[in-house]
Design a binder for this molecule. Sequence first.
Ligand code: F6P
Length: 248
Amino acid sequence: MIPWEGPLPEPGARRLADMADVLAAPEYADRDPSRPLYYMYRDCARSDEDRRWLADHDVRYDITVIMPGVIGPELVKTKGHYHPENPAGVGFPEVYEVMSGRAHFLLQNREASSVLFVEATAGEVVVIPPGYGHVTINPGDEDLVMANLVSTAFASEYAPYARLGGAAYYEMEDGSIVKNNRYPDAGPVRRAVALPVPAFGTGPGVPLYTLLGREESVRFLNHPEDYADAFSGCLRDAGEVSVCAQMP
Ligand SMILES: O=P(O)(O)OC[C@H]1O[C@](O)(CO)[C@@H](O)[C@@H]1O
């Protein structure tokens, strides 16, 4: 069930066949190519007035539903993408809210020298800072339902992930984190805790939809260059995550 009081647009589906390039075990993509892994309800709004407000501020509110389960040895996840830089030369950020279920966000900068692992449960809000690509993993046994707010001024970049077989690390069925050998120079995985960001009005228990109508709360999505301090405080380092060098 999606905890959303409003109309839902027709969703886009990401199926196993769409994921062949980013899997720990790509051979599983052929076994059930039409299996849906997640549904993306892009550009949601509860009213025409809200839709106009979102459009006027060049932001989009999406809901994503990620199934529980595995793809061969690894947990179900999103494809993964980077965001380009805005006209000021700073990467577009994004903000997620876990509406129900559990999420693991695996973030990495362009060089994969910095890799962050963020756990979040229902009600938690995670800011993806400029310069970080992201994959979301469903580690739970129920649907993971998330909302996001993001700029409408760019298209996501999938090729860097697809070229290297996905992110720098994979999360396996037993929760172990395994290095993707196509990133020989990837940095260690650092656990990070999502913090409230007063400048954006984000934090646990604050539904993202309540940011609508507050211009100052969504401005960072298109003008990240003005919020360097806020981004530096959106994630707190919580130590290194142990990693397996080989697939189990
Ligand atoms: O684009 P991917 O990597 O398949 O991930 C899907 C997610 O990204 C978004 O496009 C926003 O970045 C959402 O609609 C969705 O949650």
